[in-house]
Design a protein around this ligand. Structure first.
Ligand SMILES: O=C(O)CCC(=O)C(=O)O
Length: 274
């Protein structure tokens, strides 16, 4: 199968993704789409959907709010998924001919939110295996690392590790049962690692492997940080529900078969095919 290509995925961009596990692609998402996403986030905050976490409901500060799986019912998220070009860029970076959506993830950090996003690896939370799994993270406005843009341990996608999932609020395990070894304490030993942080401008998208360790500081700024992270599955992905993986998408909700490519268009829609 021929791998996808995209004008923004130059040799340098692809080489950075392959070596580092993460790359920032500039100027991907148009301003109108960004303001639509900001509006969608406000509507979600006012009227939370089904799959929400909220550390401080109703507060204008010190609050981490997340919501997932809006692509089927929210026109703004749906348009972003199908029309922004992130699916094709994701496929090209992963060296895949295709990109299926796993889910969309809204992550809002209100001003002066103390809590960092803990260092973690995505893939152990998810019911998939494969090298070709990545996320595309976009902020609706420019954001610095101090305002809670993302940081990564360079090259950690290649460590061959599988780290146990933890809850983002630090209070408990994500689930009682889980697979994986404890993640290293990156926050308290930063000097031992090569950490890449990305300030982003409007429309820039950070693409990163599901195997890379990443996190984000709290939001010490005075602006809301609104980000939309979309999760993408390439040609080599197989369905792997396991203890500790996403309890919202289980075997009974999909026709995907363990150990096989998840070609369930209702649940994991094929968004790009070269
Ligand atoms: O936006 C954040 O704070 C965390 C994002 C993240 O961990 C992800 O998109 O995988």
């Amino acid at each position: 199968m021929k791998s996808a290509s995209h004008p923004k995925v130059t040799q340098e961009v692809k080489a950075a993704y392959v070596a580092d596990g993460v790359v920032k692609v500039t100027g991907v998402v148009p301003e109108t789409m960004l303001s639509d996403i900001a509006g969608m986030a406000q509507r979600e905050l006012d009227n939370p959907g089904e799959w929400v976490t909220d550390t401080n409901p109703g507060s204008a500060t010190n609050r981490l709010f997340t919501s997932r799986y809006r692509w089927k019912t929210d026109a703004v998220v749906n348009r972003y998924i199908y029309e922004s070009g992130v699916a094709q860029i994701a496929a090209a970076l992963m060296d895949s001919s295709s990109a299926r959506l796993y889910f969309d993830h809204l992550l809002v950090k209100e001003p002066r939110t103390d809590a960092p996003t803990p260092w973690h690896q995505d893939v152990p939370y998810w019911p998939f295996l494969g090298k070709q799994i990545c996320s595309a993270w976009v902020s609706v406005s420019e954001v610095t690392v101090a305002e809670s843009s993302l940081e990564f341990v360079r090259g950690s996608h290649n460590w061959g590790s599988y780290f146990a999932p933890e809850a983002f609020d630090g209070s408990k395990n994500w689930t009682n049962d889980f697979e994986g070894e404890p993640a290293p304490d990156i926050a308290n030993s930063r000097d031992d690692y090569e950490i890449l942080g990305f300030d982003v401008g409007p429309g820039d998208v950070i693409f990163f492997s599901a195997w890379i360790l990443h996190g984000a500081p709290g939001n010490s700024g005075s602006r809301r940080r609104t980000a939309l992270s979309t999760r993408w599955l390439g040609d080599d992905v197989t369905w792997y529900p396991h203890p500790g993986s996403d309890p919202t998408v289980t075997d009974d909700l999909t026709t995907a078969v363990s150990g096989q490519y998840p070609d369930d268009d209702n649940v994991f829609p094929l968004v790009h095919q070269t």
